[in-house]
Design a protein. Structure first.
Ligand SMILES: Nc1ncnc2c1ncn2[C@@H]1O[C@H](COP(=O)(O)OP(=O)(O)OP(=O)(O)O)[C@@H](O)[C@H]1O
Ligand SMILES: [Mg+2]
Length: 401
């Protein structure tokens, strides 16, 4: 099959394909790949065919590791094919086994790794195609429309669910993402987010694959303990996710050298404002007043805990979701789960089914929450107080002018 045109056309042609899971995107009927299959080993020729010979028309972007092209497989599945620009045959076997493990990560909010190609020193990864770009392009990039609050809330919750799945629910054990940031959150036209590029971040083109303590990630999103010592746990992802939440609320980049001093590093600028819940100062001015104050409040609460300097004080992703949903606010001293984090220090990925059983039956989760003595609910008393404080802040600013 020759493919060189619009991927949407190809997707619509595939609408009559045999029934699988429901489409992820209601607009372009983005088809979710069937779950439960092992990764496919593609030949280079198959991928050439799928991408119209890696044509310019199918070129999506040049990412950190190489070029990305869209394509369509003979069964109608739309894919994004990533070519590592400096591939080598070093570590091929580890690469294969890593791909095998990571392709087990299958969740509505996780970009599925469908397969790979290793041929003549080339390495390519084949992912399901996500139709509406990455979060960064919507927050401060080429997609010009303002990202509405409802979309931001949906993206925060969906991405949190994707990350919770990787950390707490994936059957191969905990997968630490290592590079959680808006570029790696892909979006459908319905603003359903999918977390991509997890785990494989350490597959650098130089073939050096065995060093677990090397810091991989992006400045502005790195947890302090990870930046300092390279020790990676899922709590480093939680920190990065907290930065993403601050970006969603403020519409600011994690690092923006075009801003005045003191505002270039988002976390440093936002930390004192988060402590005061200074909603007016924090909320993206582009949103005007079109946002839910309660949801913003919950997102700021979650963000504030996630970017705690002490990793033990950061919540786990299941707790972040509860906060985002407005269920619970917890004091940071109750965030760590003794015994859990200790397992996670040494590596990016560690099979440990015990952790999952220990914490994630609905009953035990409820028990865990009930046992937090510092538990508060966002009650009716707090919300007016918050509004009052913001009104007060506004008034005092106006007086100063
Ligand atoms: N599965 C996918 N579906 C659709 N588009 C994708 C997919 N994966 C990547 N892209 C597109 O390719 C771009 C580059 O992705 P890539 O992951 O290579 O680089 P990045 O995320 O910007 O940086 P890094 O290389 O550090 O991950 C993304 O911004 C997105 O537009
Ligand atoms: Mg990426």
């Amino acid at each position: 099959m020759e493919f060189s045109g619009d991927v949407r056309e190809a997707i619509s042609l595939s609408r009559n394909a045999p029934l699988g899971p429901p489409p992820l995107c209601s607009i372009c009927q983005h088809k979710t790949p069937a779950f439960g299959k092992p990764p496919r080993w593609f030949t280079f020729a198959e991928l050439e065919l799928a991408t119209g010979g890696f044509s310019q028309a199918n070129f999506l972007a040049e990412g950190g590791y190489g070029s990305v092209h869209r394509g369509v497989l003979p069964d109608g599945q739309a894919v994004a094919v990533k070519q590592h620009k400096l591939a080598s045959s070093q570590g091929d076997r580890e690469f294969c086994s890593e791909v095998e493990v990571l392709s087990c990560a299958q969740h509505r909010n996780v970009v599925m790794l469908i397969g790979f190609c290793i041929e003549d020193g080339r390495r390519l990864l084949v992912y399901e195609y996500i139709c509406h770009g990455s979060l960064d392009s919507h927050l401060y990039g080429r997609h010009r429309d303002i990202l509405e609050w409802s979309a931001r809330q949906k993206i925060a919750l969906g991405a949190a669910r994707g990350l919770r799945y990787l950390h707490e629910e994936c059957r191969v054990g905990c997968i630490v993402h290592r590079d959680m940031r808006p570029n790696n959150i892909l979006i459908t036209h319905d603003f359903e987010p999918l977390v991509g590029d997890f785990g494989l971040a350490r597959w650098q083109p130089d073939g050096d694959t065995g060093v677990d303590t090397r810091v991989i990630g992006t400045f502005g999103y790195l947890a302090p303990e990870y930046a300092e010592s390279g020790q990676i746990t899922e709590k480093a992802d939680v920190y990065s996710f907290g930065v993403v939440l601050v970006e969603l609320v403020t519409g600011r980049k994690a690092v923006d050298l075009d801003r005045p001093r003191g505002q270039q590093c988002l976390t440093e600028w936002a930390r004192p404002l988060l402590e005061e819940y200074a909603i007016d100062e924090l909320v993206d001015p582009q949103l005007m007043d079109k946002y839910s104050e309660e949801e913003v409040y919950c997102m700021l609460q979650a963000a504030s805990l996630c970017i705690s300097r002490d990793p033990q004080s950061r919540p786990r992703m299941s707790q972040v979701i509860r906060i985002l949903e407005g269920d619970t606010i917890m004091e940071s001293s109750h965030m760590s789960t003794p015994g859990h984090d200790a397992h996670s220090r040494s590596g990016r990925m560690y099979p440990n089914h015990q952790q999952q059983h220990e914490h994630f039956s609905p009953a035990s989760l409820k028990d865990a929450f009930d046992s937090f003595s510092g538990k508060l609910s966002i009650d009716a008393n707090m919300r007016p107080a918050l509004r009052e404080r913001n009104r007060g802040r506004r008034a005092s600013c106006e007086n100063e002018l």
